[in-house]
Design a protein around this ligand. Structure first.
Ligand SMILES: [Zn+2]
Length: 271
């Protein structure tokens, strides 16, 4: 386990496990707060986390449609963990980072900012669709300033506080969304790979009593999408779902045991 304070890799991709947990937790606190942007006509680098707040995605969609070409994005959303990593690199003079705000203070933490290639080519399409250029000192950076943009700082901090408290019941943090010393010092000790045992999907299978839940519903829809005949997506793991899982596993040359663990989830595109 690598703690955030000990990460030596320069790419923010090294905190992706923790990032994913933070994003999932934020969307649990406020459903659909963050939405994926990789469905748009964009090219994203590996380290780019493809999420923005919903109003910013609309802002982006309009601008891309206005210019009618693909946008190359170098940075979009940064969780407070990714921002902490950049801030540490800046403070210690590593990785060529010459400026970085503390977590929560960058507009990238608000999921309403982008850094892009060809910033001047995009300027008129962006500025006529709710984006504002930051300035020539940060020439790739634009912020969506649409009226529907909300401040998500508190929720992003709260998500971390909740994850920390779930994972360390003996060292709980107040769930107040306040990025004070108690929270910032613990962020340094968060595991870059994510908190172990938190948010790991349960194994789905035929049990007595039957498993019921949104995760079963998602499984059923994924099976249907994979071309498996399943007559009802009723969120109940019954014998029909069991057979459908086995049919899918057989088609994929997997062990047809009807148990949906990580391997089957991956094959279904669920993780
Ligand atoms: Zn930027």
């Amino acid at each position: 386990m690598t703690l955030l304070k000990d990460v030596t890799d320069c790419s923010t991709y090294s905190v992706r496990g923790l990032d994913n947990q933070l994003i999932a937790q934020m969307n649990k606190i406020r459903p659909n707060l963050l939405v994926r942007i990789d469905s748009l006509n964009v090219e994203l680098g590996q380290a780019v986390h493809p999420w923005m707040q919903a109003a910013a995605k609309k802002c982006l969609e309009r601008a891309i449609a206005a210019r009618g070409q693909q946008m190359i994005i170098n940075s979009a959303y940064r969780t407070i963990a990714a921002q902490m990593l950049l801030f540490l690199q800046y403070k210690t003079g590593r990785c060529g980072i010459t400026a970085a705000s503390p977590p929560g203070n960058s507009n990238h933490n608000n999921a309403s900012a982008i850094d892009i290639e060809d910033p001047y080519g995009w300027r008129s399409a962006l500025e006529s669709n709710g984006w504002r250029k930051l300035g020539d000192w940060d020439r790739m950076h634009y912020d969506c300033v649409d009226n529907n943009i909300q401040s998500i700082k508190e929720i992003s901090v709260q998500a971390f506080q909740q994850l920390w408290s779930m994972s360390r019941p003996n060292d709980k943090l107040a769930d107040d969304g306040d990025y004070g010393p108690a929270t910032s010092s613990r962020l340094l000790y968060a595991p870059a790979e994510g908190f172990p045992g938190v948010g790991i999907p349960r194994v789905l299978k035929l049990t007595e009593p039957l498993q019921i839940g949104n995760d079963v519903g998602e499984l059923q829809l994924a099976l249907r999408k994979a071309g498996i005949d399943i007559d009802k997506a009723d969120k109940v793991f019954g014998t029909g779902t069991d057979l459908a899982v086995k049919e899918f596993q057989t088609a994929k040359n997997m062990v047809a045991d009807g148990i949906v663990g990580s391997g089957t989830r991956k094959a279904l595109g669920l993780e």
